[in-house]
Design a protein around this ligand. Structure first.
Ligand code: TYM
Length: 330
């Protein structure tokens, strides 16, 4: 028990979570939860870097927490909580911000993308976002952080900040490793497979929601953009098919070679149906569990409060240690 590696990851409560969130992160969370000491949180503080409508925001937090339970994470064996319920996250974020350079934050691609997208609200929180994320990870001395490949740069800056702090004060923080799955690490838009699948896409056919029903999932995959070669194989220039192969591989755990063989003499229509059905089947239990969990908010609250207590017991130790090293009186 003692020697189990610690895993930490978080997800923003951004309303409808997508198949990208599921294959890039949540599916791995579930499989890792059986082997490691896992801590997972809803990153509600990160979500206010863009404007939220309070009533919807609150609902999205409940929805996202219910989804964590729906994918099968056990709150007795893992720590599941809301980031804003453990105040050490913001406290450590401030400390770390004084060891984070303006230049390195300016290079973050997510900051650059989001500042273009929300040009009327390029706020300090958006800029400092990676420092809060570093605090989430470093508070718990995580060994592994399961994320999609879009978060890799944030993991690198977390390591840089931790190494810089340790360089001055000795061994305070553990340097975490990203855990990025092979096939689901970057699920692309079904309508423009050169772009990441994201629920902020205006075209609803571009993304599949974890809670979409079977008919919707099948319709969206049938409309997925492909090419005119009519050959199911993974190669450069076939972005649409490559994306479908990746999705199918992540869901079924078949290799690319196995998939190419399976569809050797079949057309895109058959392939799209097979991908859609595999996704719909994988998400069906999540959808069913979700209905049950979201109908009992009092129970959700009980679970996330109990998770926050367990998280805080760990977080408080790391924060105190770091602050004492800097010279604060605790
Ligand atoms: P977020 O909420 O945008 O996404 C949650 C997880 O889903 C992954 N993901 C994808 N993976 C594959 N293909 C896609 N199209 C796709 N879209 C999203 C993300 O990589 C992520 O793993 N900053 C983080 C949340 C966060 C966090 C942390 C993560 C806050 N603190 C500490 C790890 C550790 C974020 O915005 O993820």
């Amino acid at each position: 028990m003692e020697n189990k590696k610690r895993v930490l990851s978080c997800i923003q409560p951004s309303g409808m979570l997508t198949l990208g969130n599921y294959l890039g992160a949540l599916k791995n969370w579930k499989s890792m939860s059986e082997e490691f000491d896992c801590i997972f949180a809803v990153a509600d503080l990160h979500a206010i870097t863009v404007r939220q409508v309070p009533k919807d925001f609150r609902q999205h937090i409940y929805d996202t927490f219910a989804l964590l339970l729906s994918i099968g994470l056990n709150p007795e064996e893992n720590i599941l909580f809301l980031q804003s319920n453990v105040s050490q996250h913001t406290e450590l974020a401030w400390l770390l911000s004084c060891y984070t350079q303006f230049g390195e934050l300016s290079r973050m691609t997510q900051f650059k993308d989001k500042s273009l997208k929300h040009a009327d609200n390029v706020n300090l929180g958006l800029f400092a976002y990676p420092t809060l994320m570093a605090a989430d990870i470093l508070l718990y001395n995580a060994d592994l952080v399961p994320v999609g490949s879009d978060q890799k740069q944030h993991l690198e800056i977390t390591r840089d900040i931790a190494a810089r702090f340790n360089g001055i004060y000795g061994d305070v923080f553990k340097l975490p490793e990203p855990y990025i799955g092979k096939s689901g690490a970057r699920v692309m838009s079904l309508q423009d497979p050169t772009k990441k699948m994201s629920k902020s896409d205006d075209n609803v056919n571009a993304w599949v929601a974890i809670l979409d029903d079977e008919d919707t999932i099948i319709r969206k995959f049938k409309r997925a953009v492909t090419d005119s070669e009519a050959k199911v194989c993974f190669k450069e220039g076939k972005d649409g098919i490559n994306n479908l192969i990746n999705i199918y591989s992540a869901v079924t755990e078949k290799t690319v070679a196995e998939i190419e063989k399976e569809f050797e003499n079949k057309g895109y229509g058959d392939f799209k149906t097979a991908v859609a059905e595999s996704v719909a089947d994988a998400l069906k239990p999540v959808r069913e569990n979700y209905k049950m969990f979201i109908s009992d908010k009092a129970e959700l609250e009980r679970i996330f409060r109990s998770g926050a207590e367990k998280a805080e017991a760990i977080a408080i130790k790391t924060l105190s240690k770091a602050m004492k090293k800097v010279g604060f009186i605790r």
